[in-house]
Design a protein around this ligand. Structure first.
Ligand code: IFM
Length: 452
């Protein structure tokens, strides 16, 4: 058989069952911050703190996805993807975080899931992509064990309503980010600055994940269940012992601290010692609760991390191209990461739940010529194929993001979408990368039809 182009050759490396998607989250695209009974989230509140968001923006309108659902579903379908990853806004469906449900909010997600199904697209639902109800934050947020129990009730309610129509349910998106950026460095909501609190929050997120899996399985939820971690492979800056030790700590605090409890039911001993008195309070039974069997591990990966004992690594030093976020572009790191996860944890299945880049993306004559993003995607998809060829069980890949959106503390200035959003008119314009992705999926369909 002739391989007519690099894209066809790439497409051919993936099997028929492979999941191809695009991803978003509720707060970043929905807008409609107070519509139809939605409650306040910690991000609604945080955006109002002076200096919290680079461009002083907020999520009140965002991409106005809440009011443009049908058109956005058509946009997703036009890309030719087989999957769409989205999150449910907890305060939209349960404004106070416990107790009364908001029927209008639930109905929105019902329309979303049904609209995807009608278009032949699998719905991948995330329960917590950071927008905790402010009412729960007022009672201690993720620092309080009560929040874990409220999360389980929320997860149950959503899964009972939507679970049978979803291809997967994820408990939390990136617990490291919630814990560290939200509670240690304070650059994300809710904006605390305490390592002790951050470690307790991370623990409660993990325990609540395990509790939710137990509850959903007891309820007979048919959707595969998992968690999404942000995982960045760590490399030592040099061959020195000091840099190697720093790499072990950085890897331990960001990767092993989450994967060891999830897969092995224990925190890594060296990192427990490293955290010392800041280590979390662990109650009897917590560790076995965390280690529920995962149907899949969601992997979010964007870059690599260089560990240096002499202080933070300057990305300029690496000689690699950088994205607009200042993150190094290092596709081989994704292969390394997936092989390492396979070796150390043997997940049943891995999905790349986020991968992509922010680039300048000027809109000129109705087009965005984002060759840099296309190259980024092609290189990383190829890196996934390399990992699969060497035995990593990776069953899907989702681009972050479907469209430009609210990039948290960076506001709207950083654009990750393969679809451009004009924030004046809210008009959506597929970028060149979207057309490339659609072409890749077409080639994959062709090769799958030929039985490759
Ligand atoms: O936009 C975020 C997303 O919400 C979580 N993962 C990383 C993305 C890019 O920063």
């Amino acid at each position: 058989m002739t391989i007519s182009s690099p894209t066809a050759a790439l497409a051919q490396r993936f099997p028929r069952h492979f999941v191809w998607g695009v991803a978003t989250s509720a707060f970043q695209i929905e807008g409609a911050a107070t519509a139809d009974g939605k409650g306040e989230s910690i991000w609604d509140r945080f955006c109002r703190a002076p200096g919290a968001i680079a461009d002083a923006s907020n999520g009140d309108v965002a991409c106005d996805h809440y009011h443009r659902l049908e058109a956005d579903l058509d946009l997703i379908a036009a890309l030719g993807v087989t999957a769409y990853r989205f999150s449910v806004s907890w305060p939209r469906v349960q404004p106070m975080g416990h107790g009364a449900w908001n029927e209008a909010g639930l109905h929105f997600y019902e329309r979303l899931v049904d609209g995807l199904r009608a278009r032949g697209i699998a719905a991948h639902l995330t329960l917590n992509h950071w927008d905790l109800p402010q009412a729960l934050q007022d009672q201690g947020g993720w620092g309080a064990r009560d929040t874990m129990h409220h999360f389980v009730d929320y997860a149950r309610g959503v899964a009972r309503r939507l679970g049978s129509r979803c291809a997967s349910i994820t408990t939390h998106n990136e617990p490291w980010v919630i814990a560290v950026l939200g509670h240690q460095t304070g650059v994300f909501a809710p904006g605390y600055k305490s390592r002790t609190l951050a470690l307790q929050v991370a623990h409660h997120l993990l325990v609540s994940h395990g509790m939710a899996l137990q509850a959903l399985r007891a309820d007979g939820c048919p959707a595969p269940l998992g968690i999404v971690l942000n995982l960045t492979p760590v490399y030592a800056a040099s061959g020195s012992d000091a840099d190697a030790q720093q790499a072990r700590i950085d890897d331990g605090t960001s990767i092993r601290w989450y994967c060891d409890p999830l897969f092995h039911g224990r925190y890594p001993a060296d990192i427990l010692a490293h955290h010392g008195a800041d280590a979390p309070v662990v109650q009897p039974g917590d560790m076995s609760t965390i280690a529920q069997p995962l149907d899949f591990l969601g992997v979010n990966n964007y870059s690599r991390h260089i560990a240096s004992a002499s202080g933070p690594w300057d990305a300029q030093q690496g000689g690699l191209p950088l994205t607009e976020m200042g993150w190094e572009i290092h596709p081989a790191g994704l292969t390394d990461l997936l092989l390492r996860l396979q070796r150390d944890y043997q997940p049943r299945s891995m999905l790349i739940t986020e991968n992509g880049g922010a680039f300048p993306d000027p809109l000129q004559d109705g087009q965005v010529r984002d060759a840099d993003r296309t190259q980024y995607l092609a290189q990383h998809i190829s890196a996934v194929a390399d990992a699969r060829d060497q035995g990593a069980q990776v069953d899907g890949y989702m681009v972050w993001s479907l469209m430009d959106n609210f990039e948290w503390a960076s506001g709207y200035a950083k654009r990750f979408g393969i679809v451009h959003v004009d924030y004046e008119t809210l008009r959506r314009t597929p970028k060149d990368s979207a057309l490339w992705y659609r072409g890749l999926l077409q080639q994959w369909r062709n090769s799958a039809a030929r039985g490759n």
